[in-house]
Design a protein around this ligand. Structure first.
Ligand SMILES: Cc1cc2nc3c(=O)[nH]c(=O)nc-3n(C[C@H](O)[C@H](O)[C@H](O)COP(=O)(O)OP(=O)(O)OC[C@H]3O[C@@H](n4cnc5c(N)ncnc54)[C@H](O)[C@@H]3O)c2cc1C
Length: 380
């Protein structure tokens, strides 16, 4: 171990540890300003002799030739997409850009115009009144939503809240959808059914679908004639979404894929007709597989076998079950996004859809406080 004096000499030879003023990765970079491209960042880092490069936390020598050499290496290392909204949100933050975070993680809220706010209030009022008529105790006891209640939600247009109007939906923004979610949480079983359908089940078709896919599936989903489900989780796949095992083998004629495997804990799994399913597909590298997202419809494909509904401790009227895929053929045109691009599709859907759950939870809490703390009474 070095003596204190030797240690001090080593420190002095390294120069100051904090970045010089103006270094591109100092906290002084205003987050709202246009972000420099990666190459520009690297050039600036080399010019300023910055102590840090993206992906590196090592202090760099102040020795000029060595710094220049390392600056060149840094320039090579940080070259990346010019549009930082396309990188992952966390990677974007390391580049000093919120563009990707805003795009993928914070789609809500957009402030409403006075007209839109009035229209929304007019839409919310009948929904709020209708939810007071829902037989929640019966739904909980019978572990099922009566047909009349499903019809009531269809009549209110609750299955197509964010589907574009030209495809039969109400075309609501995330802000307006969040406001509606505050209402339908009045019965959590209905909230899970509605949100599994549109926050995640059909969200991928809106976000990544081709015009043909949208026209084919969204009208029936908007009217509630069909329900949607999002099938990612498996017996060995939970938080680690990339570990999906369900296989999608390309057919020899190139016309599609054959799905084999099991998904579990799928909301609406037993009552949906249209599923967004994530499966492993082979890449050009022998032995390598990646995730691909598929639109799988029970009217078009055979071999989709839902299991019995799970008996849950809460949200008992919502349907949650295993879904087996047994030699289920899916045509190539039902690939959602790109072949082997399914992980991004899954994360995009979850990032965009999650806010609905937060809005519903906040709405439920607000109603509880309103119900039990009237007149400023204390909660506890
Ligand atoms: C009612 C219900 C409905 C559902 N609906 C759907 C659906 O519609 N579609 C669908 O695809 N899935 C659905 N799921 C599954 C749900 O998405 C998974 O439960 C979730 O992804 C977590 O996976 P897991 O339960 O396997 O937990 P695990 O991933 O095994 O996690 C268990 C615990 O470990 C923690 N943990 C995991 N990894 C790490 C780590 N790296 N570091 C630190 N902590 C970690 C987790 O936070 C958690 O507390 C549903 C589940 C339920 C209960």
């Amino acid at each position: 171990m070095a003596s204190p004096a030797a240690f001090a000499r080593i420190l002095r030879s390294r120069g100051p540890l904090s970045p010089p003023t103006g270094a591109i990765f100092s906290n002084s970079l205003p987050l709202s300003t246009p972000t420099p491209t990666c190459a520009a960042a690297a050039a600036a880092a080399a010019t300023f002799g910055a102590r840090r490069t993206p992906g590196s936390t090592h202090a760099m020598s102040t020795d000029a030739p060595a710094a220049a050499d390392k600056g060149k290496k840094a320039a090579r290392r940080v070259e990346g997409p010019a549009d930082l909204s396309t990188v992952s949100p966390i990677r974007g933050l390391f580049y000093g850009s919120l563009a990707s975070y805003e795009r993928h993680c914070r789609p809500y809220p957009l402030s409403l115009s006075p007209d839109a706010a009035t229209t929304l209030a007019e839409m919310v009022a009948p929904v709020e009144a209708w939810f007071k008529t829902v037989p929640s105790a019966r739904i909980d006891e019978e572990h099922a939503i009566p047909d009349a209640v499903m019809d009531g939600m269809r009549e209110l247009g609750l299955f197509g809240l964010q589907i574009p109007t030209e495809l039969g939906g109400l075309g609501l923004s995330n802000t307006a959808y969040a406001r509606m979610a505050e209402e339908f949480v009045m019965d959590p079983s209905l909230a899970v059914t509605l949100m599994a359908h549109q926050s995640i089940g059909l969200k991928g078709i809106i976000m990544y679908g081709t015009p043909e896919q949208k026209a084919r599936y969204l009208p029936k989903l908007a009217s509630g004639e069909q329900l949607a489900a999002f099938a990612l989780t498996e017996p060995t796949t939970g938080s680690d979404a990339a570990s999906v095992r369900l296989r999608a083998d390309p057919t020899p004629d190139g016309k599609g894929f054959v799905l084999n495997g099991q998904k579990m804990w799928i909301s609406n799994g037993g009552i949906a007709r249209t599923y967004t399913v994530f499966a492993r597909t082979p890449t050009a590298t022998p032995g390598e597989t990646k995730l691909t997202a598929f639109i799988v419809n029970r009217d078009e494909s055979t071999g989709i076998v839902p299991g019995a509904p799970e008996k849950k401790l809460g949200i008992r009227g919502s349907n949650t079950c295993v879904v087996n895929f047994d030699n289920c053929f899916v045509p190539r045109e039902n690939v959602l996004g790109e072949v082997n691009g399914g992980f991004k599709v899954a994360m995009g859907i979850l990032n965009n859809g999650r806010f609905g759950m937060g809005a519903a939870s906040a709405g439920g809490l607000r109603k509880l406080i309103g119900a039990y703390c009237v007149g400023g009474a204390r909660l506890l």
